[in-house]
Design a protein around this ligand. Sequence first.
Ligand code: UFG
Length: 340
Amino acid sequence: MAGRRILLTGGAGYIGSHTFLALAEAGHDVVILDNFVNARRSVVDRLAQIVGRPVEAIDADVRDAEALEAAFRKGGFEAVVHFAALKAVSESVEKPLDYFDVNIGGLMTLLRVMEAHDCRRLVFSSSATVYGVPDETPTPETADFRAMNPYGHTKIMGEQILNWLSASDPRWAIGALRYFNPAGAHGSAMIGEDPRDIPNNLFPFIAKVATGELSRIRVFGNDYDTPDGTGVRDYIHVEDLARGHALSLDKLFESGEGHLVNLGTGRGYSVLEVIAAYKRASNRDLPFDIVDRRPGDVPIYVASAGKAAEVLGFRTERTLDEMCASSWAWISGPHSEGTE
Ligand code: UFG
């Protein structure tokens, strides 16, 4: 497929930066737009080093209509891959207006500018969180929407806005991708997840215990109805997830129609299994304590992965061991910066 001009909002973030590389590898010409609230500026230089040419990055907020307008006027984009959003569940409970403002306000601003520039191809970052506590595991895309917190609700609202938009005007072709739990880092060990604060998520937390930056892992509950009592998640290697975006874009251009798919492996691992795998990969001691359940946690999230295979030809290639090994190579290497 011929290279396309793509705008990648949030392209300096964890999933965004890996997606930049997947799109560049697929031959696309990609411009990043990021406000760097949750990403480091040095990511852009590191991406340039990996691809061996300069990378264009616009420093702007996705709610800034004038900046988007200027980017589109100059860029001539044929499609947008939209990551720019806030994503911390507990913060969304404390600051719901920020979440609606950035995640919904940002989406609305973007859609208006896209429409004005006759650009109607969009890949949207959604999340398994839209399923709340699902009735069925593995969870198919047909499962009901259930919001558990403002963050989850912004993803549901985003999908609904996009559904009504495509229903009103068939020129729109939108791919909504519901991510399960991304983990791991790029094979170059030059980019990866690099949270500025103490991480909320399991993988980056374990990584920082492995480096010694944090002392002990807290396992949130071992009394769930799961094989070892700890929470089970469908971890997906971030490079596999990134490739899913390239396939989604190809499909939008090929078919002119939208799609909605889960991106996961279809297989779950418990917290204790992840700790054991990370221990093997890092050869470090990973002390943990079993503590109370974390409020709002779901016992099991596993994707039904069949639809993504059927619609996009998407199949994950990398194992949990590869997620741990690449995470460790990144976090113990020279390019991650640690908690600031
Ligand atoms: N966990 C721990 N200790 C920690 C962190 C997590 O035991 O320090 C456990 C959790 O209880 C859960 C599992 O590890 O069982 C995974 O937790 P994460 O915080 O890594 O991920 P979540 O599944 O809770 O949430 C993530 C994203 C959400 C997204 C969701 C979709 O943070 O934004 O995946 O599956 F909605």
